[in-house]
Ligand binder design. Sequence first.
Ligand code: GLN
Length: 243
Amino acid sequence: MKKLMALGLALTMVIAVMAGCGQKDKEVLTMGTNAGFPPFEYKEGTEIVGIDVEIAKEIAKEMGKELEISDMEFASVVTSVQSGKVDLGIAGMTIKPDRLEQVDFSDTYYKASQLVIVKKDSTITAADLNGKKIGVQDGTTGDDYASETYGSSNVSKYPTGMDAVMALTSDKIDAVIIDSYTAKALAKKNADIKVLDEELTSEEYAIAVQKGNTELLETVNKVLKRLKEDGSIDKFTDQFVKE
Ligand code: GLN
């Protein structure tokens, strides 16, 4: 009987500790992202840094919560926000109709376009990509553009832009189509590639929240407005877009 009571007590304690953890969880704000997208989110050693991370920290601070970053494939970010697995999708994410059916978007905070990366010594121009092998990051607007324009059989999908660039430099593909800031960031780190001037699309980035979560959306918009007005967004850009 004593043993049983001791067990009961132990169980109660475990439950209490677990409840305590649950309480603590409430104070965490989770950001779903793909940390292979410089200058917005990328790894420096084991740490995830970038413009989006700074923005997310400001949102967490505003809410009095601790920021937790959940690094995942880009293609999973929208569904993770939709299912509530993460609170925010902050991933240099372009607003587009099919995503608007799954999540709500904040006000926009960046303008971008799709650019073409080729090998430094290549003579390929943006006009002659027809029939070429094109690499993209899976599930991105670059993927959409390339698949629609050149046919999906000509398109190879990679988990990150860096993987696509690796395939390019090892001659598996002829070109990479990816977001402008990331194209330039990747080219800065790799002397074997160059970015062509032609802008293939015109896009705007925003933050995704679960559909109907107007309270969180309003907080996000409030913070974005402040960061735009007080020059913080420009400061983050200077900090992470290294010329
Ligand atoms: N802006 C692109 C998109 O939304 C790419 C984003 C990314 O790869 N992180 O699809």
